[in-house]
Structures are given as structure tokens and as C-alpha cells.
Design a protein around this ligand. Structure first.
Ligand code: BGC
Length: 248
């Protein structure tokens, strides 16, 4: 089965048709910059445009950078505040003419890794972290996702909120090389080790392409892997969730 997956990020909105047999894109993905401000209207126009460009008339899965419960948005750290309280499923169904299922972007990416990567991490506690404009988390226990964990908003004592201190956007803002950013991310990972005792971290988002530049400097105990699907994971996971929720 093929499903259109869309990943709404802080800097880009990306879509591709995913073959859910193998998790591969059937054609090149389409990307537009995230409009600023990222209001519901502006974002839904881009999603409608991507849908039209694929001539798509079937269900769509959307990964969204916020707490999502039954298609309703409950937070807005890196998108316009007017999303909070909205039934984004209804809004996007109206904008695209297709049934739409939403899921938190990091949860989507974690599900994609779980289902389509060759990595063996089906048992134990796996903590998937997307490191981009924000930090998103997908917590997996024995192969089951615990949704909406929002661990990017943990407070790191005197350093403040984890995603403000240790995201890739923070690295760029403070003009740090990967090696000089690594102690910040390592401090965050050590805090997560203390709290969750994970068996494995998996890193997704933009940072997953640069693992060799920062992993040697992290100083952590836990096994750490880069997401094998790289930043395609969000799109693939969103498509998978649409299949599960809309096709049953
Ligand atoms: C949001 C999360 C999201 C993460 C990555 C955070 O600011 O609160 O819901 O998963 O950014 O996009």
C-alpha cells in the first residue's frame, strides 16, 4: 500500500509517497520552507500544495512538531501558538480533500525506525531523539511506543530547557562546531540515562547525518545509533500512522 506522508518541521515541510511494504519513497520528496509565522492557514496551504503536486486523493499522514492526541494539537513550541486546541485533522482534511491522520513528528520517526530499519532494537527501552529545530522524543518499550513524551523540554538545572540548550538550532545560534556542541548534548543524554536507564539511544533529524563528528565526544554509557532512515523517518512514520488509523 502507498500513503502520502508529510513531515512538518520548524524549517521545512516535506512530503513523499511511501510504499509501506518496504518504507521506501516511490518518487522524490517535495519540500517547501515552513511559512513564518507558521499559522494553521499558511501551513495547511503548503500541505494542500504538496498533495496537489502528487495528484493525491487518498489518506495522508502528517507528522507535527507538537503534542497530538486524536488529531488535536495540545502544544506549540516551534509552531504558531494558534494551533493549540485545533482539530488539525479536520482543518487539513478540508484543505486537501483527503482523510488526514496526525501524529507527533518524533513519535512518527521512532515508529518508522522500529518498523523499517535493519537495526535490532525490538526489546528493552529505546529512546529515539530527533535533533533539529527542537528536540523531539519517541520512547519505545519492548517494541511499543509511549506517545507524546516531550523530553526535549526537560530542564537541565542551570542550563535551562534541553532543546533551547542542546538542539541543532542552539548549535547554529551559538555558532558551535559539532565537537563543541557535543558536551551539551552529552550532558542531556546523561540526564536521560539517569531518568530512563535506556538500552539504546537512536538519534534522528539533521544531527543524524553528522554522528561521526559528535558521538566520540559524548561521554555516555548507553549504546547510541544514528537513525538508519536519516531525516526520511518522519515522513515514513507519518504514512504508517495514517495506514494504521485510517485503514484500520
Ligand atoms: C516539540 C515536540 C517535537 C519536537 C521536535 C518540540 O519543541 O514540543 O513535540 O517533537 O520539538 O520537532
Amino acid at each position: 500500500m502507498e500513503v502520502l506522508g508529510i513531515d512538518v518541521g520548524g524549517s521545512g515541510i516535506k512530503g513523499a509517497v511511501v510504499d509501506l511494504q518496504n518504507g521506501k519513497f516511490t518518487a522524490n520528496r517535495i519540500r517547501y520552507p515552513t511559512p513564518q509565522p507558521s499559522t494553521p492557514r499558511a501551513v495547511s496551504e503548503i500541505i494542500a500544495r504538496i498533495t496537489q503536486e502528487f495528484s493525491w486523493i487518498q489518506p495522508i499522514g502528517v507528522g507535527f512538531p507538537a503534542v497530538v492526541k486524536k488529531n488535536v494539537i495540545f502544544s506549540a513550541a516551534n509552531v504558531d501558538r494558534s494551533w493549540v486546541g485545533l482539530d488539525a485533522g479536520e482543518l487539513l482534511t478540508e484543505a486537501t480533500g483527503c482523510p488526514v491522520a496526525l501524529v507527533n513528528d518524533a513519535d512518527a520517526a521512532a515508529l518508522a525506525e522500529l518498523n523499517y530499519s535493519g537495526i535490532k532494537h525490538k526489546s528493552g527501552t529505546v529512546l529515539f531523539l530527533t535533533v533539529g529545530t527542537g528536540i523531539g522524543s519517541g520512547l519505545i518499550r519492548d517494541g511499543r511506543l509511549i506517545p507524546n513524551t516531550e523530553l526535549g523540554h526537560l530542564i537541565l538545572e542551570k542550563f535551562g530547557e534541553a532543546e533551547v540548550y542542546a538542539s541543532n538550532a542552539a548549535r547554529k545560534r551559538d555558532r558551535l562546531k559539532w565537537k563543541d556542541w557535543a558536551p551539551r548534548f552529552g550532558l542531556y543524554l546523561r540526564h536521560l540515562e539517569d531518568l530512563f536507564q535506556p538500552d539504546c539511544f537512536i538519534i534522528g533529524g539533521g544531527a543524524s547525518k553528522k554522528g561521526d563528528r559528535f558521538v566520540p565526544y559524548l561521554n555516555i554509557e548507553t549504546r547510541i545509533l544514528m537513525a538508519s532512515l536519516k531525516n526520511r523517518a518522519g515522513i515514513i512514520g507519518a504514512a504508517l500512522v495514517a495506514k494504521q488509523t485510517l485503514y484500520g
